[in-house]
Structures are given as C-alpha cells and as structure tokens.
Design a protein around this ligand. Structure first.
Ligand SMILES: Cc1ncc(COP(=O)(O)O)c(C=O)c1O
Length: 364
C-alpha cells in the first residue's frame, strides 16, 4: 500500500506525514561515525529516537557497535528486525518482564542494567533456570537523580554482587547524564558533563578495585558526547536525537547536528481571520518540550485539540490558503516519532523510502 508513495513528490503525500530529509539525516549519521573514528569512542545509538530497525540498520552499517533501547518492548522489535545486539537502558523489573527478557536472550544478545541487588538476584534466578548468561551493567546516578546507584563505593558493591551471581556476567557501568543534554551553553554543558564523568570514573575505580574489569562504560547523549572524546575509560556513548534533531535540540549551542525531521500538515479550514487551521494536533506532534516551529520562520503553531493546530502570522493576510502545506519542526523528536506509523524519507523533493516505525507505542 505504501509502495505507491515511492518516487512521489513530497507535495503529494497525504498528511500529517512525518518526513526525513535524507541528505541531512545521512550527514548527521556520517558526522557521528566520523567523531567515533577520530576519538576511538564507540557509538551505540539510542533507538528511542526512531523506534525502527530500518533506521537502526543504517546506523549499524556506519559502524555503530550495537543499538541501545529504552524498553524491552523496543528491544523485541529490534531483534525481530534482525538487530541482535541490544542494550536495554532501563531496568527490567518484575516476573513478566524478566520472562520476556530470558526469551529474548535465547535469540539475541541483550545487555541489561540494574541498580538494585534484589533485581539482580531475580535476573540471576531466571537466567540460571533457563541456562542463559546475561551481561549486566550497573547503572550509576551521575546527576540525573532518576535511576542508578550512588557513585563510588555503592556502585562497586553492586558490581561485586552482580559478579557473584550465577547466570549473570558483570559487564560494566552505565551512567547517563540526561539532565545535561539540553543545557544551552556549550561551556556550562561541558563543565557539568565533566563533573558527571568524574562521578562515573570514581565508580569505575571502585569496581576495578574489586578486581572486576569494566568492559563497557556507556554514557552521554547527543548534547554531551563531544566532551568525552579523550576519556579513554569511556568505552561508548548512546546518543539518540542526533539523527533528527528537533527545535529544542537545535537551540542547544554547538552540537553540530542539523534538523532532518519535520511534519507536513495541510490547512483544512480558513474560517477564522486570525488563523489557518492545520490537520495536526496533540495526536500528531508533541509539545512537552515547547511549541513546534513552523519551517520558514514566518508563522507560529499552537495546538487546537487532538487533531487540529492553529497557524498564526504577524500579518493575517500572509496566512496560507485552504489546502496549502505547512511544515512543522517537532520540539521533541522521540515522542513525536512515537505517534506515527511511518517515516517518509525524502531526497530532492521525492519520497525515496518509507520506513515503518514498528516499535512505536512499545512502552512495556
Ligand atoms: C538512557 C538514555 N541514553 C541515551 C539517551 C539519548 O539521548 P539524546 O536523545 O539526547 O541523544 C536517552 C534519551 O533520553 C536516554 O534516556
């Protein structure tokens, strides 16, 4: 059904349609791959931004060492799509999820994170009973104050506990400073990132002091990876948004990545003098990170319900006519992608590929 869009001019796409500028997307991929080559830090891109094995495979082709995902459900979709090296960056807790994790470990190579000894013990019992050995990272709180054991000795203690448990293999540390990714100033972001990295390094030393190797130390996203290029104990980074960027991230100083994602909408009503109404509201584009920007800079967007948005202009005479296209730049790429079934990949004004987003909605 979707094949009919291949080769079509972008103006003909039905809307709302999430589109990717392929030239920009490929430049973003190449930029990250180049950074990795130059610095020797591996990249395990986060699939939470795209939720699609199609995009993951492009990242792997360019040298990514595996894929990170937030939820087990995302990992299951990636594995079904042939992506077998998956790091699940959120704790897997409870019998239902652990059973699914073990099933996944029989067909692929998942890596899990823990921040609690009881959870590690539950994973150990399930893995031992199934005869599988799960690689486990200890998650460290490096400043986000969300998940993760406290840095230093608590991290070392949990690592030793994991290493002592049958069915588990202690593989290293995860310490993600999600609180810093959108700090606007480059210098402030750098300073605060290096403070977080000190906490991670202290944790690594506490682990190593117990005779345990940290084969993996994973950290950083799009906004901060550039600061750890010369920290040789950081083995890898897990950026997600760099492939698309969104207008919130585009306002962050000095990331170097370009906007590749937009939502094409259509003006469906012109009954108000002060606004053009488009066919995209809360169910098509998210606003928790601020308002989407209207491409071109002339207009502004505000949601007007589940399925509608209002386009305003300083001079209402400039408002687009009924049937006109209006392109929005999402303010939060991850949650906007999660609302759509497909990404339309566009080059030189034509649809070159249609990528399904099969992990959308996979929050379990
Ligand atoms: C654990 C973890 N790692 C990496 C990322 C990727 O971050 P970004 O999209 O800012 O590159 C996220 C994003 O929320 C995350 O939660």
């Amino acid at each position: 059904l979707l094949g009919r869009w291949l080769g079509a001019p972008v103006e003909e796409l039905d809307t709302p349609a999430l589109i990717v500028d392929l030239d920009v997307f490929e430049r973003n991929l190449a930029r990250m791959a180049d950074w990795s080559r130059r610095t020797g830090r591996a990249v395990r891109p986060h699939a939470k931004a795209h939720k699609s094995p199609y995009v993951a495979r492009r990242q792997l082709e360019l040298g990514a060492i595996g894929i990170t995902c937030s939820k087990l459900g995302e990992a299951e979709v990636l594995v079904a799509g042939g992506v077998l090296d998956v790091l699940i960056s959120s704790e897997v807790v409870g019998p239902a999820k652990i059973a699914r994790l073990i099933a996944l470990a029989r067909q692929a190579r998942p890596i899990v994170v823990v921040d609690d000894a009881a959870n590690a013990e539950a994973l150990s019992r399930a893995a031992s009973a199934a005869g599988v050995r799960l690689p486990v990272l200890v998650e460290v709180n490096v400043g986000q104050n969300r998940c993760g054991v406290e840095p230093g000795e608590p991290a070392g203690e949990l690592a030793a506990r994991v290493a002592s448990l049958p069915g588990l293999r202690f593989a290293g540390l995860q310490g993600y400073e999600g609180n810093l990714q959108h700090v606007r100033s480059l210098e402030e972001r750098r300073q605060r990132c290096l403070t977080s990295m000190d906490l991670l390094d202290r944790s690594r030393r506490a682990v190593n002091a117990r005779g345990l190797a940290t084969e993996i130390v994973t950290t950083c996203g799009t906004g901060t990876h550039q600061f750890v290029g010369d920290l040789d104990w950081v083995t890898e980074v897990q950026p997600g948004s760099y492939i698309w960027m969104d207008c919130d991230y585009l306002a962050v100083e000095g990331t170097g990545y370009e906007g590749a994602l937009s939502l094409v909408t259509t003006v469906v009503s012109r009954q108000r003098a002060d606004a053009a109404v488009v066919d995209a509201g809360w169910k098509s584009i998210t606003i928790e990170s601020g308002m989407p920007q209207v491409k071109g800079g002339l207009f502004t967007y505000a949601p007007a319900g589940d399925e509608h948005g209002k386009i305003s202009a300083p001079d209402p005479a400039q408002l687009p006519a009924l049937g006109a296209r209006v392109e929005l730049i999402p303010s939060h790429c991850d949650t906007t992608v999660n609302l759509h079934d497909h990404l339309f990949a566009v080059r030189a004004g034509r649809v070159e590929a249609v990528w399904p987003i099969p992990a959308r909605g996979r929050v379990q």
